[in-house]
Design a protein around this ligand. Structure first.
Ligand SMILES: Cc1ncc(COP(=O)(O)O)c(C=O)c1O
Length: 363
């Protein structure tokens, strides 16, 4: 089976972990500081490492002072953590509709949902394609809102020459094993605002500016040096990984473009898509349903899968927690049609040719 995702673990990653084990310093230490410095240079904004993308989002929201009574507008077509963290700080996730071609949040829908309680907009650069940041930043400036970029799927992606994550007030990345760069578990918060970074640092470590002194209630959301050592090697590989993902995606798009009923993902000219996922839309004119095509691909050894099964507002937990917005017709129409195809760096050009053949020969 060609897997949908597979972490690349080379000799350098193994060596880096061994060095940490031999150093005896296993918790947050010098390797975390080194990773923060390297990632800061890479994205062009200060970085604080955390234990996961989820804790990076959670601490970003807290550091901006978002809490009970506040609303945060985000997309319903994303991983659960984008919205669960909003609810966890006591705020209300408000779901805006998405664009059919990019799967990203639609700025016009965002604008229509702003209320006096809105505190922030959280665009997600879904599948590695940057959201419409100019429009989102314009709405935020006009209405006095924060922008939290959920870049958990978009390491190295660019919008008009700028790395995502460093465009809004704060940005977050995940280092989960399937991501474009990984550590096993881990997260990164980036910001150009020193006060936000200082607050995240404090919250990450029991609200403790110095040992055994606690000035606020904080968490243990630290990253270990073992994870930081892996992430640091992966960061050196990131541009190469992204190049291969983009080559694989471009080839698959070229090969499937002629197949009636399959719509390949859009590439917008002013941004760099890093293809965390390759989302193909199965239209009515294709001979199989989306799920029928997933079966066909899996029977032929291709680990494709449907994407997120529900808009987040339809998840049981969000039906119990009051949320704003509501019906997102574009999301509801396109979501059950999306298939994720493997294009990660360990997928070969022959694999891509084979996938296109299988897509073009439904039973
Ligand atoms: C869009 C998005 N946000 C947040 C997260 C949460 O990251 P983590 O799994 O590292 O907690 C993920 C990871 O799957 C994600 O894809």
């Amino acid at each position: 089976m060609i897997p949908i995702a597979k972490p690349y673990i080379g000799e350098e990653e193994k060596k880096a972990v061994l060095e940490v084990l031999e150093s005896g310093m296993l918790a947050q230490g010098p390797r975390v500081a080194e990773l923060e410095e390297k990632f800061s240079k890479y994205v062009g904004a200060g970085t604080v490492a955390t234990s996961s993308g989820t804790t990076a989002l959670h601490l970003s929201l807290l550091a901006l002072g978002i809490g009970p009574g506040d609303e945060v507008i985000t997309t319903p077509f994303t991983f659960f953590a984008s919205a669960s963290t909003i609810a966890m700080v006591g705020a209300k996730p408000v779901f805006a509709d998405i664009q059919r071609d990019s799967f990203n949040i639609d700025p016009a829908s965002v604008e229509s949902l702003v209320t006096p309680r809105t505190k922030a907009i959280m665009p997600v650069h879904l599948f590695g394609l940057p959201a419409d940041m100019d429009e989102i930043m314009r709405i935020a400036e006009d209405r006095g809102l924060y922008v939290i970029e959920d870049a958990c799927q978009a390491h190295g992606a660019e919008y008009k020459g700028r790395k995502v994550g460093a465009i809004g007030d704060v940005g977050t990345f995940s280092l989960y094993p399937t991501k474009n760069m990984m550590a096993g578990e881990g997260g990164l918060v980036v910001s150009r605002n020193e006060d936000v970074l200082e607050k995240v640092k404090l919250l990450r470590d029991h609200g403790s500016p110095v040992r055994y002194k606690h000035t606020i209630l904080g968490y243990n959301f630290r990253m270990s040096d073992i994870h930081a050592a892996i992430a640091s090697v992966q960061l050196d590989r990131l541009d190469g990984f992204n190049r291969t993902r983009r080559e694989n995606a471009a080839m698959l798009t070229r090969l499937v473009s002629g197949i009636e009923g399959l719509t390949p993902p859009s590439e917008k000219g002013d941004r760099v898509h890093v293809y965390h996922q390759y989302g193909l839309v199965v239209e009515d004119s294709y001979p199989l349903s989306r799920d029928g095509l997933v079966d066909h691909l899996r029977k032929n050894g291709i680990g494709a899968r449907g994407s997120y099964p529900l808009p987040l507002y339809a998840q049981e937990v969000f039906r119990r927690i009051p949320f704003g917005g509501g019906v997102c017709p574009v999301c509801e129409e396109v979501l059950p049609r999306i298939i994720e195809m493997p294009i990660h760096p360990l997928v070969s050009k022959n694999d891509i040719r084979y996938m296109a053949e299988v897509l073009s020969s439904p039973p």
